[in-house]
Design a protein around this ligand. Structure first.
Ligand SMILES: [Cu+2]
Length: 140
C-alpha cells in the first residue's frame, strides 16, 4: 500500500522543476522586450532633433563683389526675403530665369534689392548685365 504512494510523490516533483525553468526563460524574454522599448524611444528623440535642424531662415543676404555672388544658393522659408547687396565697383541687375519673382533695377555700387518669396520652389537667377553670374534661391 505504501509503495504506490511514494511513486506518486516523485511524479509530482518533476513538473515543478520544469515550471521553474519556464519561469526563468520568461524572465529572459521580458528583459529583451525592455531593451527594444528603450532603443525605440532613442530613435524618436533623434527624429525630433533632425526636423529642428532643417528649419529654413526667414531672410538671407547675397553680396556681390568682383562680378560674383557670395553664395551659389541660399535657402529661405516660405514668406521669407532675400536681399542682394552690390559691393562691387560696377553695376549689376538681378533677374530670375523662369519668372518675375526676382527683378531688380540696375544696382550701382552700394545699391541693394530685396525680393519676397511666397511659393515653395527653386528660383534660378542671373545677372542681366553679366550673364555668367548665376545663383539659385531655394524656398521651402
Ligand atoms: Cu552683374
Amino acid at each position: 500500500v505504501g509503495s504506490p504512494h511514494h511513486r506518486t510523490r516523485r511524479w509530482a516533483r518533476a513538473p515543478s522543476v520544469t515550471a521553474a525553468l519556464l519561469v526563468g526563460a520568461l524572465a529572459v524574454g521580458a528583459a529583451g522586450c525592455a531593451d527594444d522599448t528603450s532603443s525605440g524611444a532613442t530613435a524618436g528623440a533623434a527624429t525630433t532633433v533632425a526636423s529642428t535642424e532643417t528649419a529654413a531662415p526667414s531672410t538671407a543676404t547675397v553680396v556681390i563683389a568682383d562680378r560674383a555672388f557670395s553664395a551659389d544658393a541660399v535657402t529661405v522659408a516660405v514668406g521669407g526675403t532675400v536681399t542682394w547687396v552690390n559691393s562691387d565697383t560696377v553695376d549689376h541687375e538681378i533677374v530670375s530665369l523662369d519668372s518675375d519673382v526676382i527683378r531688380s533695377p540696375v544696382l550701382g555700387q552700394g545699391g541693394s534689392y530685396t525680393a519676397l518669396f511666397t511659393v515653395p520652389g527653386e528660383y534660378p537667377y542671373y545677372c542681366n548685365i553679366n550673364n555668367f553670374m548665376k545663383g539659385t534661391v531655394v524656398v521651402r
